[in-house]
Each structure stands twice: as structure tokens, then as C-alpha cells.
Design a binder for this molecule. Structure first.
Ligand code: ADP
Ligand code: ASP
Ligand code: MG
Length: 805
């Protein structure tokens, strides 16, 4: 081992003068002998490759070339160093090369590789100039003169001996820092070549091995290798230690942070590789070495998009040896790399994933390889599916640990992601699954969350900011930070009846941020694919919003609501809701539709699920009516009492909605349907407290008219009193679906008679709770308790997703 340390900077860390300056300082702070490997200035390789395409299409590239030269001159100026001398000659050469491409109409590989590599030559010259200016003379070295690589099946093969001699010769007795171009190399016969996109990482490893360096440090724009691409998973963590094997799998399965071939030269020489943030060089970042840290079974999650799945299928494949060899042999001969293989144990089909661009050719090759079998019907089909992303979870400590695959797939299942194919490497360092491209980002996030690498993230849309909605919003604001350890709740849309606000963290307190309401756009925004779970909260009492519940569920969104119009409306809508819940494996939280925050539906569900049978449910299900009859003492005017309740906000906006008994009938229908009874509101015998002519006019006019009820109400009150009872508005339902709501006389010692104020009371008489029924009682109306009921449902949904308690 020598005292060299190799530092590599990617294009993102060399984007402008400021960053180049920073990168140079980062290297200078390092005590050892320095070899720097640089990528081109950010975006330059793309511009050069773009110029080749433009030239090949016959168009003029003058602007592109002069733009590139101008940009590099400007950077030199900003850095306060002389512009690299070579820029002048390079501009002419590049112009000539592109002119040739334009004449020929296409670029051959050698010209393309020569052109593509100019960016690294310029950035190396700039970097060396800055180091020299800082008093550390640095020699710029063109790796196109040093690294010799021939083509191999798996990518470039380095001629180590020759490259080492060339490097030694180039470095000579230079004892200070060197700056080597990344990405570029030469064929054994001297023709220029590159090491493939992102190849500078590989260059750094090659230089590290050639110099027998102590370490290679890759400086980039992230603090290390992370548990997932931070662009997809903002909660991704930096991994402190990875084994070479783990890093290899992550890179192979698409973690763009490292070129997949980077590790090979280092493994042999046992040189550790560090990855860190160029803007924060004091942080250690990730260390990749021979050992793995076994504390976490899963290290990282990756996705490779734009893949295709090819399946060879046929009964004739069963038990025939050599099928796999022939299949992969023909792909190998065509130079098509197979990323993943999965074979059913019946051997009835073999399936593999290849790059989408290679799909057509792969299918053709397989078709001709198995032509005889296809004709003879031994092979039924070669099927193709070009909508595939390969998802992989990687970790050395996965080996022999049961339950990890289950966790992987249940994370996918819970957010309704269909898995097209599965493979587990025999090393057990990796499990991969193929999903549709559109599901890829969501899948990475869900699996990441599933392994507790990040809290469960739930995207929330709230519709309706009346009393209940506003109370809920306030409760959420207070509790979100408290729950943050296990749950990541994000309010991403809030709407009232006219406007909405969409965003990442919506407070709904600034009118300027609102746009006109568009429920489709709202749903679209809330269910954005990179967030694994979506909950729509409907805090309206609106029929048109309730009508959307089935559709939301069908598209994989959970629904939580106190709006009775969803499950108490037509049987058809109710069944559509149930069906959608099954189809999309989503939940519907409607606890607050009955008794606000009281656990009524839950209690009923638990009774039924544990095998109890309901004989009768009897209850006071309206907080408003409970209040009216608990307060009414027969002396004053009943209508006046209704008016006072209305004024104090104890009734619906129109008190007729309470007095009609319809609201109570709806709640009874909800309970009946929960019991599996197919009833409608029309099947409930409803005694309305309204009188003839109640329908006319507004609430005020109605209350005036309603005085006519006073005499008969007083009469009923007296009659009840004479019998030793009181008046209560009672709902009843039996196991056969006989349902009624109406004003009843109940004995003075009955639980209903003793209920206070707006208390709801529900008595479940069941097989187990027969002589002494199970009673749920408590305030059954009011914004705070209703909102709490909705919130409770939201948390139950989250807990079913594995994110809470
Ligand atoms: P450079 O220009 O330094 O070579 P790249 O863009 O090639 O940088 O690679 C760094 C990028 O890789 C990061 O910005 C990040 O978005 C992406 N990336 C993908 N997967 C991962 C991962 N698992 N950990 C860290 N970064 C990742
Ligand atoms: N500049 C080359 C590219 O953009 C190599 C690299 O950045 O690693 O692909
Ligand atoms: Mg890179």
C-alpha cells in the first residue's frame, strides 16, 4: 500500500466555479498524497452526446461547441486561473469531428467516444489549475493515454499491467498531486474509448488499484449511499457501512450513486471505498469494505425502471433439462444482459427481465431458438411485457432470516401494488420483484417504510372545513408532531365547498393559496404515486361528495368520514363501497357516522366478529333530540326550546333535519348494514316530529309555524309522566331487520331516561349480553368529539398499514 488516496468528484460536484473551488479545497484539506479523478462539469457529457446526435441528423453544431468552450472559459475566469490552453485546439478538433459526423450522417463508436470524453479533459485541466494556484502544483493526466481497456461481455476489461506501466511513466518523478480524467480510456490499439455513462466512479477505482491507494473517496451530492434514492424517499438514511457485496447488489440494481463496475478492482485489492458529500467533507459518509454491519438486515431498496419481462411458457418444458441454458445462452450470444430470472418450480415457465430497449430482439432470438418446440406445440408462447420495473431489497444479513420476504410483499400488497414476478438470489442478499413502471416509486417508498427505515407516510386530503372539519384540522396540527415517531401524516389537500388548497403541508389559513374546487384534481394530487398511502377525509354532509366514496376506494384511497350519505344512502352505493374495499384492499372508516366519537360501530363489529349474535339494538342516536327531550319539562314551549337549541348550534343548520327523524333512521340503517341486513332508509318506520306544513319557508319561518306542536307535545309529556315515564326519541332494530324510530315513553329508571344533555345511548342486546345488555353511552354530537371519532378512524387505518401502535 502506498500513501496515495484517490478522490473522485462527479459532475454534480463540479457544476460551476464555486463548486470546483469547494472540491479543490476538500482535497487540499486531506493530508495524504492526492490523486483526483474528475467527471466533466455537470451536464457537459450530455451536451457533447447531444451534439453528436444533432450532427448525425445533419444539423449545425456550431452553437453547441462554442457554448461549451465559452462556458469553460468563463469558469476559468471565475476561478481566477488561466483558461486551459487546449480549449482553442479542442474547439477546432471538435468542430472538425462533428463536421465529419454530419457528412457521414452517423457517428461511429470511436468518434463518439472521443467526442464524449472532452468534458473530462477540460475539467481536469481546470481542477489542476486551481490546485496549483493554491500552492499545490497538480499535474493533469489524460486517462485516455493511461487506462487500457478491451471489450468484455460484462463491460470493459482493464489491462492492468499495461495501464500500470503507462501511469508510472506519466507520473514519472512528479511527487505532488495528480488530476486524472474520469470516464475516458483507450483500447489496446490506442483508439479512444469511454467506460460508459457514470464511468468516472469506475475510473477512480481503477486509479486506486493502479496506485495501490489506501482508500478511494467518491465525493458527490448526497451524504453517502442511502437506504433508497433520496429523490424518491426523502426519509432515506445514510448507510454507515456496507460490504462490497451489498454495495455491488445495490449498484447493480439501480442505485445510481455508484457505477456497478466500480467495486471489482477494489475488492481484489481490499481497498476501502468511501462515499461522502462534497459540500460536507467532514462527515464520514458510507464506508464500503470487506465487512458488513449486521445490525440492519435490509440495507437498501432500489428500483430499475424501463425493463421488460419475457416469459417462455409451455407444458413441454417440464422436466426437460437444458431449457434455461438454451434460453440464457441465446440471449448471451446476442449480448443481452438478463437482470433477473425467475422460474416456477413446476418448470412450466421461465421468466426473465431485460432492458426494455432489448425486448424486441430478445423475443426474436428466443423465438428462433425455440422455433422447433413452438411449432410442435411443446412451447406455447414467448410472452412479453414492456411495463416493468425491477424492485430489489438488499442486505447481507438477510441470509437465513425468516419473515423478510413476507414483510417485503405485504408492504407492496398493503398499498395495492401488483407483483408480476419474484426472484430471490441464492445468496439471499437480495429479493427482487417486478412491478409496473407506474408503481415503482410508490413501491420503493412503501417497502422502505415497511422495513421501518422511515415512518409510515400517509397523504391526507380533507374535504369540508365546517365545524367538524375545522376541529379535525386543529387536532391534526397538534397531534402530527406527537405521532411523528411512528407516523408521517401529511395534510396535502384541504377543500371547502368552493375552493381548495393543494400542497405538501396545507394549513388552509391563507386565501391567496386557494384555487377553485376541483375534486378530481384534488384526488389526483393526494394520491401522488411517490406516497405509499392515501386517506380521503370527507367532513361534509354532502350527497355529491359521498357519491365519490366508491370511486376513491376503487383507486386505492382509504376513506374516513362522518358523512352518513356514503353508507346510509341507497343499497347500491353501499354495496359499491363494500365491493371497492374488497377489490382495492382499502379501508372505510365510518365510526363517526353514528354517535360521533363513541365506539358504536366498533363495538358492534367486535361483537359480530367474535361470534356473538345481535338480538336487538336500541338506542338514542340523535344528540339533538336527546338534548331536546332531556330539557323539555312540559311547561314551556317545545318549539321555543328547538329555537334555542338551533341558535346555540345544537341542531343541524335546518332543525327539520333532526326533527324529521331521518337522521336517526340513517344511523339505524348503518348499524343494520353492518349486521349484514340489506335495508334502506325507506324500510325504517319513522315517526317524524314534524307537523303538517313544516316543509314551507326557511328555518325561521318553520320555527314560527312549529309552535303549533306545543299543545300536543305537552299532552304527550303529561301522559308519559302519568305513567311514571319520560319521553325519549328511540331507535330500534332487531335481528330480522325490523327497524323503527320514534318518540317513546320510557320508564323513569331506564338508562335512556337517565341520559344527560346530548348523550347518545346504545344498548346492544345479544346472545352473550342478553339479560344485561352492553351499553355505550356518552356525548354523541359536537365538533370536537366528532372530529376525534374521525381522527380515531384515521389512526385505525394507519395502524392497519403497519404504521401506528
Ligand atoms: P455524480 O455526479 O456525483 O456522479 P450521480 O448523480 O451519478 O452523482 O449520483 C448521485 C445521485 O445518485 C444522488 O443525487 C441520488 O439522487 C442518486 N441515488 C440513487 N440511489 C441512491 C442511493 N441509494 N443512495 C444515494 N444516492 C442515490
Ligand atoms: N461524465 C460522464 C457521464 O456523465 C461520466 C461520469 O460523470 O461519471 O456519464
Ligand atoms: Mg455518477
Amino acid at each position: 500500500m502506498t500513501d496515495w488516496v484517490v478522490h473522485k468528484f462527479g459532475g454534480t460536484s463540479l457544476k460551476d466555479a464555486e463548486r470546483i473551488e469547494r472540491a479543490a479545497r476538500c482535497v487540499l484539506d486531506w493530508p495524504d498524497r492526492r490523486a483526483v479523478v474528475v467527471s466533466a462539469v455537470g451536464g457537459v457529457t450530455n451536451r457533447l452526446l447531444g451534439a453528436l446526435e444533432v450532427a448525425a441528423s445533419g444539423a449545425d453544431t456550431h452553437e453547441i461547441v462554442s457554448g461549451l468552450i465559452r462556458d469553460h472559459r468563463r469558469i476559468a475566469e471565475e476561478l481566477g486561473v488561466d483558461a486551459p490552453e487546449r480549449l482553442g485546439t479542442d474547439e477546432r478538433d471538435l468542430t472538425d469531428l462533428l463536421h465529419a459526423v454530419r457528412l457521414v450522417g452517423s457517428a461511429d463508436a470511436v468518434i463518439a467516444d472521443l467526442v464524449a470524453g472532452y468534458g473530462e479533459r477540460w475539467s481536469a485541466a481546470l481542477f489542476a489549475a486551481v490546485m496549483t494556484r493554491e500552492g499545490h502544483p497538480a499535474k493533469a493526466i489524460d486517462a485516455g493515454e493511461v487506462i487500457v481497456a478491451k471489450d468484455g461481455d460484462m463491460g470493459p476489461i482493464i489491462a492492468w499491467e499495461e495501464s500500470r506501466e503507462r501511469l508510472e511513466r506519466t507520473v514519472g518523478d512528479w511527487s505532488d498531486a495528480i488530476v486524472v480524467t474520469g470516464y475516458v480510456a483507450r483500447h489496446p490499439d490506442g483508439r479512444p474509448r469511454t467506460l460508459g455513462r457514470n464511468g468516472s466512479d469506475f475510473s477512480a477505482a481503477i486509479v486506486g488499484k493502479l496506485l495501490d491507494a489506501q482508500a478511494v473517496r467518491i465525493w458527490t451530492d448526497v451524504p453517502g449511499i442511502m437506504s433508497a434514492d433520496p429523490r424518491l424517499v426523502p426519509e432515506a438514511r445514510v448507510l454507515q457501512t456496507l460490504s462490497y457485496d451489498e454495495a455491488l447488489e445495490l449498484a447493480y440494481f439501480g442505485a445510481a450513486v455508484l457505477h456497478p463496475q466500480t467495486l471489482a478492482p477494489l475488492i481484489e485489492a481490499r481497498i476501502p471505498l468511501w462515499i461522502g458529500d462534497a459540500s460536507d467533507p467532514n462527515e464520514d459518509g458510507t464506508r464500503i469494505g470487506p465487512e458488513s454491519e449486521r445490525r440492519f438486515a435490509i440495507k437498501g431498496i432500489t428500483a430499475i425502471e424501463n425493463m421488460a419481462l419475457i416469459t417462455l411458457e409451455g407444458a413441454g418444458l417440464m422436466g426437460v433439462p437444458g431449457t434455461a441454458r438454451r434460453l440464457f445462452g441465446c440471449l448471451e450470444r446476442a449480448g443481452i444482459s438478463v437482470v433477473m430470472i425467475s422460474q416456477a418450480s413446476s418448470e412450466h415457465s421461465i421468466c426473465c427481465a431485460v432492458q426494455k430497449v432489448a425486448m424486441v430482439e430478445a423475443v426474436e432470438r428466443i423465438g428462433s431458438e425455440f422455433a422447433t418446440e413452438l411449432n410442435a406445440g411443446l412451447v406455447q408462447a414467448v410472452r412479453q411485457d414492456d411495463d416493468a420495473s425491477v424492485l430489489a431489497v438488499v442486505g447481507a444479513a438477510m441470509a437465513g432470516q425468516p419473515g423478510l420476504a413476507a414483510k417485503f410483499f405485504s408492504s407492496l400488497g398493503r398499498c395495492g401494488i401488483n407483483v408480476k414476478a419474484i426472484a430471490q438470489g441464492a445468496s439471499e442478499r437480495n429479493i427482487s420483484a417486478v412491478v409496473a413502471n407506474a408503481d415503482a416509486a410508490r413501491a420503493v417508498r412503501a417497502v422502505h417504510a415497511g422495513f421501518y427505515l422511515s415512518p409510515q407516510t400517509v397523504s391526507i386530503g380533507l374535504i369540508g372545513v365546517g365545524n367538524v372539519g375545522q376541529a379535525l384540522l386543529n387536532q391534526l396540527r397538534t397531534q402530527i408532531p406527537v405521532l411523528a415517531d411512528t407516523l408521517d401524516l401529511r395534510i396535502r389537500a384541504v377543500a371547502n365547498s368552493r375552493t381548495m388548497e393543494l400542497g405538501e403541508d396545507v394549513a388552509f389559513d391563507d386565501e391567496a393559496k386557494r384555487v377553485p374546487l376541483d375534486l378530481e384534481a384534488l384526488a389526483e394530487h393526494v394520491s401522488e404515486e411517490h406516497l405509499p398511502h392515501t386517506v380521503m377525509i370527507d367532513c361534509t354532509a354532502d350527497d355529491s361528495v359521498a357519491a365519490l366514496h366508491p370511486a376513491w376506494l376503487q383507486r386505492g384511497m382509504h376513506v374516513v368520514t362522518p358523512n352518513k350519505k356514503g353508507v346510509a344512502d341507497s343499497l347500491e352505493r353501499y354495496q359499491a363501497i363494500r365491493q371497492a374495499m374488497r377489490d382495492a384492499a382499502v379501508r372505510y372508516g365510518g365510526e363517526a357516522t353514528v354517535g360521533a366519537g363513541l365506539p358504536i360501530i366498533h363495538t358492534l363489529r367486535d361483537l359480530l366478529d367474535t361470534g356473538d349474535r345481535v338480538i336487538e339494538i336500541e338506542g338514542m342516536l340523535s344528540g339533538t333530540l336527546a338534548y331536546l327531550f332531556a330539557t323539555y319539562d312540559g311547561s314551556g314551549s317545545f318549539a321555543e326550546l328547538v329555537r334555542e337549541a338551533w341558535k346555540s348550534g345544537y341542531t343541524e343548520p335546518d332543525p327539520r333535519d333532526d326533527l324529521s327523524g331521518l337522521d336517526v333512521a340513517r344511523k339505524l340503517v348503518i348499524l343494520a348494514r353492518e349486521m349484514g341486513l340489506e335495508i334502506e332508509v325507506a324500510d325504517v318506520a319513522v315517526e317524524s316530529l314534524l307537523i303538517d306544513g313544516s316543509g314551507e319557508g326557511d328555518a325561521e319561518a318553520f320555527l314560527e309555524h312549529y309552535r303549533q306542536v306545543d299543545a300536543s307535545m305537552a299532552e304527550r309529556f303529561e301522559k308519559a309522566r302519568a305513567e311514571g315515564g319520560v319521553l325519549r326519541f328511540v331507535a330500534r332494530l332487531d335481528a330480522h331487520g325490523t327497524a323503527s324510530v320514534g318518540l317513546k315513553t320510557v320508564p323513569g329508571d331506564h338508562p335512556f331516561a337517565m341520559a344527560q344533555s346530548t348523550d347518545n345511548v346504545v344498548r346492544f342486546r345479544t346472545r352473550r349480553y342478553d339479560a344485561n345488555p352492553l351499553v355505550v353511552q356518552g356525548p354523541g354530537a359536537g365538533p370536537e368529539v366528532t372530529a376525534a371519532g374521525v381522527f380515531g378512524d384515521l389512526l385505525r387505518v394507519c395502524s392497519a398499514l403497519g404504521g401506528h401502535r
